[in-house]
Design a protein around this ligand. Sequence first.
Ligand SMILES: O=C(O)CCC(=O)C(=O)O
Ligand SMILES: [Fe+2]
Length: 767
Amino acid sequence: MAGSARERLAELLGGSKQARAFSAQLKAPAHMLGLEVAGVGPVSLPLRAPQAKKLIAVARPALFGRGEETLSDTSVRDTWQIAPDQITLAGPSWSALLSSALEHFRDELGLPTTARLRAEPHALLVYGKGQFFLPHQDSEKDDAMVGTLVLSLPSAHTGGELVIEHAGQRSTHRASKTELTLVAFYADCRHEVTPVRSGYRATLTFNLLAEPGVLAQETGPLTELVHCLDQHFSTPVRQRYATRDLDPPNRLVYLLDHEYTQRGLSWERLKGTDAERAALLRAAAGQAGCESVLALAEVKQTWDAYPAGDAPWDDYYGYNEEDEDEDPATDDDYVVQDLIDDEITLDWWSGPDGTGGEPISLSVHDYEACVSTPSSDLTPYESQYEGYMGNYGNTLDRWYRRAAVVVWPRERAFAARGEAGGRWALEKLRDRIEQGDLDGARTAAQSLAPFWKHTGARPELLDCALHVAAGLGAAESAAMLLEPFHVGALGPDHAGALAAAAERYGTAWLRQVVDGWFDPRYRYEPHRYEWTEGLPDLCTALRSSSPGTAMARLLCAGAWTALAGDLQLWSTTGPAETRRSRLEELSLPLQRLLQAAGQEQRAEILAVLRAQADTVLECLIPMLRHAAQTLPTDTRRAAGLDALARDCADRLRAITARQPRAADDWSIAWTGCGCGLCATLETFLASRSRRVLEWPLAKDGRRHVHTKIDSAELSVRHQTRRQGRPYTLVLTKTEQLFTREQTARRRADADLTWLASAWNASPAGPC
Ligand SMILES: O=C(O)CCC(=O)C(=O)O
Ligand SMILES: [Fe+2]
């Protein structure tokens, strides 16, 4: 039944009732009905032959009415009937089942939602083999009677179908063997029961009455709209495939039919049918305790489509060779099939009093959307056909501009507006805090929780969020507001507000929040370290208070975890070219971190750097070069860079002190994956004298060896001699073995000389 309040709203506002069903069916578990019959006792379900016979024993042949008369004629109707006063309907779930079934049938049959249906037991009917009821119309025994409800008891039988007809349409209902089958239909429908061919069919029939008074009363569309709004805003949302219901929706978005500009959008200037519909909905919203605003919506629909002239299966069989020279395609050239996706986004709305307005960004959930005119009946302002792309088959995208009336319950106004504009929500919270309305601010803040993560954390809002968080004095809500931000939003200006929040809520709270800011999701973003530019100033400012000092420590720790991970990754990851440039990228963030860190933290970082392999120089030397050009001497010293320069000089000296490779030494130290091929390769590489290996080797083996040589960038050329079987892999050690070492040594020499001059990095003393 989900969506029925919205559908009804759309119908009422659209001014035309859709053709409604004349009959409807529902199944329910057998245990929900407890049935007792005088002279038989409790009837156990599913019904079996012995008990069916007992029921027949207390029944009498059924009569039927023709005009004013009541007749018995087995050529018209042949069945056994038990009067309602012989029947007791009980069981713990029976009344719940009946009332929810009646609501269902009311909605399905299109009766007003204000109506209350009541079911009055009429008879228990039992049909044995060959028994039936010819087509007839039930007499309306009561002014309030609107239809008939037939509840078939579960029982095994063939034949005995209930066939209902209306305006040339018919629906056929078969009873279940195991479940209760409930069918309701309007009193003006002709219906019949076809002959039972085997087994027994048993039904409980009821007159369906619309509660006297309610229907007769002039309800008018306004009352019904109010009722639908109440229902929409109080019914939990059920999403397809979801395991549990969501809270009731905060919004209803009713799409209007015309296009408007921002300036032209006002309650007084709505066009055509929009004017009447919007006025009606706005009036109903007011009566239902809701606020309403006008908004501009963008609708994008994606349809399954194929070019007209092609049958959808032509792609598979290649039948479309004939029609090749066609004009450029337009929207009309496609056959549109199913709607795949329907996205509605609101990008602007007016203030609740109808004045002002602001840009927003809000995607409308399908359970909030309500339309009397489907977008597909309007003209798109743009459409685009996309051939087969992998995700879907061929699709046609269509874009529409529409206006909308957005309605929300007054008491949920804050969340309803807040989801569309994070800035608005934060500013309102700040105002309430400043006016001393702390309770109001806390309740309002908490109402943002379900969606804040997805909507509220734009970087430019961090400052306001920090102030609000500190002012709220409610740790959980404060954390909820701050957690979705990313550390990238942080700058030196935030120091004051950060320290205030830290002071208010303590270190454990702080850690939880800051951890969220270093979400590893951002790890591979290109500018992920840009924020460290402000880190030294931010930390200096923070250190003026002790909670601020703790905050600074957390930020440096977070930055170091990220940097250490990247250093480790890139200093051990292949091709030299990539490694060098990645490590160099880390040099500036590392320098800023060393400047920002406290003494103890800096010592820890330096110790870790010292323990890294020599490749770390590819990060450290560029860092020292940069620092030498940009930082004053005392800043460099304070950041521990002097000590770092000495460490680097030691490493470089060790490299330059290594014995140069002897001219006849062709050995290459390398270890493979442990397989037989790698063992052969390892032996060849390790040999001082062997330069060439001729290795008959099949394709897979050759590929393995190629990969190993290339990924380790070994100074070995590999060629395949395509003669004989298997081909021969020819490996040749190259001169690069010597030139590379010479280049590295020359670079180390140069770096060392530079270090000695720019950093005065003479060999470390005994201390
Ligand atoms: O047994 C049925 O399914 C329908 C009976 C009926 O149409 C009637 O009692 O008027
Ligand atoms: Fe009937």
